[in-house]
Design a protein around this ligand. Structure first.
Ligand code: CTP
Length: 399
């Protein structure tokens, strides 16, 4: 995701300007904030209204804002951006970038920008190989401008060759990778359990618990953000993942969760089991709704499978397994017992004794239990930050 990242997109006069619309859409999908500057030539190829609508911001074109007679503050725009990308970048704009010929708002913003600047050239093949273009490109590269090379294929002129602007999805991925620090979880498969389990009593009733499923979803999004392939096995939850690369397996009961885990654990590198699994389930769920005929009703409960223990038993040498524990007394001793019994590599311990930690809070105070009796205690933190701490700890293993 590119949440909080501010991107200025420059659009210049090229038939590839239509691709800018797709680029904006891809960036917005990644939650970037996008402001568009168009050269007047580009307005012949795509309507400013289209780009304004997609970017959710007014498009800047001239030094003076048309309707308000106000100065368009290019310095502010240049300083606002975390990244400026000109896509498509025409031969004309390319030449102005090297000469500093500041006859439009885009070049003025470029000259004011302190952020990284990228260009995605688009032009005909002979224009692209012309010595003017190649020397401009070389100069810009020397000065730190990143050039996204055009691809080869059929060009608007009907000629065949190098000059097509790189595809918008590909550019959006490059931008995403640029802002996402290299992670040891990249391309690793992470299996996460989350949420509660609901154990049926009859067709309309169940035994459940207060788990919101938030931690599982936060973990899944944070792992996907770090480039992992994520499988989230979750009990009923209202929480939604942001990242649509995450495979979600929705289950209700502990047995269904176990079946899903058994299917995927063998091919996973990391397991993070945060589900609040019902320890017991009704032994014989009724086929029909139970009627209130008697004053007392007893439910016979039997133990559910311990999913984390199953994964711990099956764990291979190169797999890393994380479990959670919520304790109310003898915290460290109980947690250490779980760490050993369930064959874990990391146990995240929550204590209900800590103010602001546990169910119903957005904050949590945890300790990590690791091999060799190592313990790391953390301060009270936002749950999101706790999730990042967990992933940082897991990454240590893959260093
Ligand atoms: N867990 C699991 N399957 C279960 C019960 C628990 O996978 N049937 C996992 C949880 O997702 C969590 C960890 O085991 O990561 C700890 O759960 P907890 O209920 O605290 O531990 P238990 O060993 O069940 O011990 P107790 O409830 O007696 O404290």
């Amino acid at each position: 995701m590119l949440s909080g990242k501010k991107i200025v997109l420059g659009v210049t006069g090229s038939i590839a300007a239509y691709k800018s619309a797709y680029l904006i859409r891809a960036l917005i999908k990644l939650e970037a904030e996008v402001k568009v500057i168009m050269t007047s030539a580009s307005c012949d190829f795509i309507a400013p209204l289209t780009l304004a609508t997609l970017s959710k911001n007014p498009v800047a074109i001239d030094f003076i804002k048309n309707d308000e007679g106000e100065w368009e503050n290019h310095v502010e725009l240049g300083l606002w951006a975390d990244l400026m990308i000109i896509a498509p970048c025409s031969a004309n704009t390319l030449s102005k970038l090297t000469s500093g010929n500041c006859d439009n708002l885009l070049i003025a913003t470029y000259l004011s920008a302190r952020c990284p600047v990228w260009i995605a050239p688009a032009m005909d093949l002979d224009m692209f190989t012309h010595f003017s273009t190649t020397s401009n490109l070389n100069l810009l590269k020397q000065k730190g401008v990143r050039v996204i090379e055009p691809t080869s294929g059929e060009l608007a002129s009907g000629l065949e060759g190098k000059g097509r602007m790189e595809e918008p999805e590909e550019i959006a991925t490059l931008i995403h990778d640029f802002f996402t620090p290299k992670s040891n979880l990249r391309n690793k498969t992470v299996l996460i359990t989350g949420g509660p389990t609901y154990e049926p009593i009859d067709p309309v009733r169940f035994i459940g618990n207060n788990s919101s499923g938030k931690t599982g979803v936060l973990l899944a999004d944070a792992c996907a953000e770090r480039g992992a392939n994520v499988i989230l096995v979750t009990g009923p939850t209202k929480q939604v993942v942001k990242n649509d690369s995450i495979s979600i397996i929705s289950i209700r009961t502990a047995e269904e969760m176990l079946t899903a885990v058994q299917k995927h654990w063998g091919n996973s590198d990391v397991g993070i089991f945060s589900a609040a699994v019902s320890d017991y389930r009704p032994e014989h769920p009724a086929d029909q709704k139970i009627k209130k005929k008697t004053d007392h009703l007893s439910l016979n409960l039997i133990k559910n499978p311990d999913i984390l223990s199953w994964a711990g038993n099956q764990k291979k040498e190169n797999q890393f397994l994380t479990g959670f524990a919520l304790e109310t007394n003898n915290e460290i001793e109980n947690a250490r017992g779980k760490f050993i019994r369930k064959n874990l590599d990391l146990l995240v311990l929550n204590s209900l004794r800590d103010e602001g930690a546990g169910f119903g809070y957005d904050t949590n105070k945890v300790s990590f239990l690791l091999h060799d009796n190592k313990i790391i205690n953390f301060e009270l933190k936002d749950k999101r930050q706790v999730v990042e701490d967990i992933l940082d700890q897991i990454e240590e293993y893959f260093k």
